[in-house]
Structure formats: structure tokens, C-alpha cells
Ligand binder design. Structure first.
Ligand code: UDX
Length: 434
């Protein structure tokens, strides 16, 4: 089938590569010419594990093309996926739909034959109705259906999640559109669950799922606070909880708060959307408030460990919003780093992939190290802010030797408290009484 994907970000690009791998003819379109230029020159514009080789393969096979021309992408397409950003409004925090609506209006002009328009971006409930109205106004004679096709990719695992989704949700109010989508996703038949629901239910499933996951993280973070006060061990508590199949053992890792381009955005958008319908989502509103508060509290924990001494060297490991990605959007690590910079002029940072993105946010207010040990050299404290696997295997004797003070604050519980003690470190982690 011929597929057009509007938007070449963390959702659009992996989706385009994946669908091309299944033999579809995919055209990705983006209005940012520089992005398209880079992609045309074989340069990926995002980091995603496993994406590089697949991207090169499908481009070489002539199954994936890039353009800035909506006409070239949409004309003759069986399915057009809208995968553009829906950023939070800076004040109201509602999802800003200007890019979705602009894309719908532009797509409408080039529809030439029955086309399924699928909103892949996370959009408030009812957006499909508005997209439908825009297309109807722009091109009254067009033959199309608008469906909701929510994405559940996790950044850092986009390729894995594309080929091994827990479910494929298709929110369509027309049999014709369902048929086209089941044809497109045939390669997943027998490998995953298909859920065919109404469009508004599908739009709701995405927000409800993300908000629930954010709430689950909020819950385990609060349990970590309880464990620190009561003398319990959050790792043991999380393990005990997770053995209950009704709870499940995923998303029970305590940390400095959740971040990323989705959870903060989607929890806020869900709360705002609910208010518009006159519904008060107390749990989600509490999750939002606590998550912001937690990051400030975590920074205070680090600063008090160096007695708020502005000259103390603070080594920070991890800048991305989570391990496995270069993305710093709404990163708890960056929020905490900004709090540290307010009080210390001697912060040295390292992240395996996110250094460039972090530099765009905090510039030269910190120094940048080539690796964890360069950051730790002469440091009064080492802080772990992002769950990169390599931080689990730090050479402790080497760290102890090069640090000014063997003090570690591990906000991702990457290291083992007993090991740290044995190696003579003053070690503080989450969810364990200090
Ligand atoms: C999320 C959803 O998981 C995905 O299904 C949706 O499509 C997009 O939003 P993503 O934002 O990429 O994916 O990252 P995710 O792995 O969910 O982590 C989000 C944040 O929660 C990160 O800051 C991560 O560090 C944090 N987190 C995650 C925890 O603090 N503890 C956990 O146990 C899991």
C-alpha cells in the first residue's frame, strides 16, 4: 500500500521505517526542510536503538522516501497518518492542535481517491470530528474516512515497540476504513491483539493509558518516600507488589519523577480536557502536582549533601528524560540540573547520547565531560539522574580514587547499596532510610 506520514519525529519516523520494512511504499513529509534534507542524505534526525540499520535498508530498497511536498506524499496514498506534534499550550497546558489542523487542511487539498486519514499523534477526544470537518470544508468532494490510530511507542524502544506492540487500537466509525487498516496491519495478524473501537474511545485509550502509567510512577515514588521514613526498602516493596499479576512489575521503578514529551503533556491535557467536560480527575491532577514538586525536592537533597556549597564540584550522570534516548524534553534530569545550577557554579555533566540536546538547553552554565569518570574527577558528589544501563556498571574503586569525596546520590537506584558501602562510599538512593 502507499502510505503518507506527516511529521518525521519520534513517532512518524520509526512508524514510516517499520511500515516500509513490511513492503509498503512510504513517503514521509515534513515542513522542516533541514530535517528532510538530512533524511534524504541518509542522516537520521533522532536517536533510536536499531533504527539506523533499518532506515538504511528500507531507503536502499526504495521503499521509503522523504519530501517537503504534501502533494507528492498524499496524492495516491491509501492511508495518510498525521504524526505531527501536539505540544502543550504554555499557559493552559491544553494540547495545541494547530499543527494537526494545519496538516489536515493541507492533506485535504491533495486527496484523490478513497483515503484513510489516521491521527497517530495523541489528540484530545473529539479531535477526529474536527479533522473530519476541516477536510469536508476544504475539499467537499473528497472520498475519505478519519480514524484514530494511537501510538504506544516508548522512546528508546520505538523499533522494538513498533514490531512487538501489546495491541493495535483502531478507532474507526466506518467498516471501509477498518478494512483498509486491517490490510495494512496484516503482518501483525496472530502476533498481537487488535482492538476495533469507536474513534472517541480510541482517542481516550491513549490518554487514559499514559495518565495511568504516569500515576503508577507517581504511586511508587510516593511509596519510596514512605519507605525512607518508615525504614522499609522500596526495591523489596516494588518486587512484592509486582508479583501480583493485577499490579504487574513494570513501571514500578522509583525515580526523580517522570518526564519526556508524553507523560507531562498527556497528563496535563487529560486534566484540562476533563475540566472542559465538567469532570474533575483528582488522581491525575495530584500526579501532576507531585511530579513537579518531587524534582525540586530531589535537587534540594543533592545540594544539602554538599552543604549548599557553591564551590563544591557536582558531577551529574544522565541528562535525557530516560535511558536509551537522546531526548531531553521535560527531562527530570534537566529540571534538577537547572535547580543545581541556580546554587552551584561547578557542575560537570555526562550523558551517553543527550549532551548536544542538553547543551541547547543550559549552554555553558555547566561543563561537559567525555565520560562518567571525567565528570567524577575531583568531584565532591556524584549524582545519577537518568537510568542509563552503563551507570549500573561503574568501576567503583576507580571512582573512589578520582573523586574528592566518595559521595553518591543515586536518584535512579542504579547501584547496589551494599556494594557502595563495601567500597567506602557515602551512598544515598531512593526509598531506603539513610
Ligand atoms: C510513554 C509511554 O510509555 C508510551 O507508551 C507512549 O507512547 C509515549 O509515552 P516515553 O515517554 O517514551 O513513553 O517513556 P517511558 O518509558 O514511558 O518513561 C516516561 C518517564 O517515566 C521517563 O522519565 C522514565 O524515566 C520514567 N519512568 C518510567 C520511571 O520513573 N519509572 C518507571 O518505572 C518507568
Amino acid at each position: 500500500m502507499k502510505i503518507a506520514i506527516v511529521g518525521t519525529g519520534y513517532v512518524g519516523l520509526p512508524t514510516g521505517v517499520g511500515l516500509a520494512e513490511f513492503g509498503n511504499d512510504v513517503v514521509c513529509v515534513d515542513k522542516i526542510a533541514a530535517k528532510i534534507e538530512a533524511l534524504k542524505n541518509g542522516q537520521l534526525t533522532i536517536y533510536e536503538d536499531g533504527l539506523e540499520e533499518l532506515f538504511q535498508k528500507v531507503v536502499k530498497a526504495g521503499k521509503l522516501h522523504f519530501t517537503t511536498s504534501m502533494k507528492e506524499a498524499v496524492s495516491g496514498a491509501d492511508v495518510v497518518m498525521l504524526a505531527v506534534g501536539t505540544p502543550p499550550h504554555p499557559v493552559t497546558k491544553e494540547a495545541d492542535l494547530q499543527y494537526i489542523y494545519a496538516a489536515a487542511q493541507e492533506v485535504a487539498q491533495y486527496l484523490d481517491g478513497y483515503t484513510v486519514i489516521a491521527t497517530k499523534s495523541t489528540v484530545p477526544v473529539g479531535t477526529g470530528d474536527e479533522v473530519e470537518a476541516i477536510i469536508k470544508r476544504t475539499n467537499p468532494s473528497a472520498d475519505y474516512d478519519v480514524i484514530s490510530l494511537p501510538e504506544f511507542l516508548r522512546e528508546g524502544f520505538a523499533v522494538h515497540d513498533f514490531f512487538a506492540p501489546d495491541r493495535i487500537v483502531i478507532g474507526a466509525n466506518s467498516e471501509r476504513a477498518r478494512k483498509v487498516m486491517l490490510e495494512l496491519y496484516k503482518p501483525f495478524e496472530g502476533k498481537t491483539k487488535f482492538l476495533l473501537v469507536g474513534r472517541k474511545s480510541s482517542e481516550t485509550i491513549k490518554y487514559a493509558s499514559n495518565a495511568f502509567l504516569a500515576m503508577k510512577i507517581h504511586y511508587i515514588n510516593e511509596m519510596a518516600d514512605f519507605c525512607e521514613a518508615a525504614g522499609a526498602n522500596i526495591s523489596e516493596v516494588a518486587c512484592g507488589m509486582g508479583l501480583d499479576s493485577r499490579i504487574g512489575n513494570k513501571f514500578l521503578n522509583p525515580g526523580p519523577g517522570y518526564g519526556g514529551s508524553c507523560f507531562p503533556k498527556d497528563t496535563n491535557a487529560m486534566a484540562q480536557m476533563a475540566k472542559k467536560f465538567g469532570v474533575h480527575l483528582h488522581l491525575i491532577e495530584t500526579t501532576i502536582a507531585y511530579n513537579d514538586e518531587r524534582k525540586v525536592g530531589m535537587a534540594k537533597r543533592v545540594l544539602s549533601a554538599v552543604n549548599d556549597n557553591p564551590d563544591a564540584k557536582i558531577a551529574v550522570l544522565g541528562l535525557a528524560f530516560k535511558g536509551g534516548t537522546d531526548d531531553c524534553r521535560e527531562s527530570p534530569a534537566m529540571d534538577i540540573l537547572r535547580e543545581l545550577i541556580k546554587c552551584s557554579h561547578n557542575v560537570c555533566v555526562y550523558d551517553p547520547k543527550a549532551m548536544n540536546n542538553a547543551h541547547q538547553l543550559v549552554g555553558d552554565s555547566v561543563s561537559y565531560a567525555a565520560d562518567a569518570y571525567e565528570a567524577a574527577k575531583g568531584a565532591d558528589i556524584l549524582v545519577i539522574l537518568t537510568e542509563w544501563e552503563e551507570f549500573r556498571h561503574l568501576d567503583l574503586p576507580k571512582l573512589k580514587e578520582i573523586m574528592k569525596k566518595p559521595q553518591v546520590v543515586d536518584l535512579r537506584n542504579m547501584l547496589c547499596a551494599d556494594e557502595m558501602c563495601k567500597n567506602g562510599f557515602d551512598y544515598c538512593c531512593i526509598g531506603l532510610k539513610h
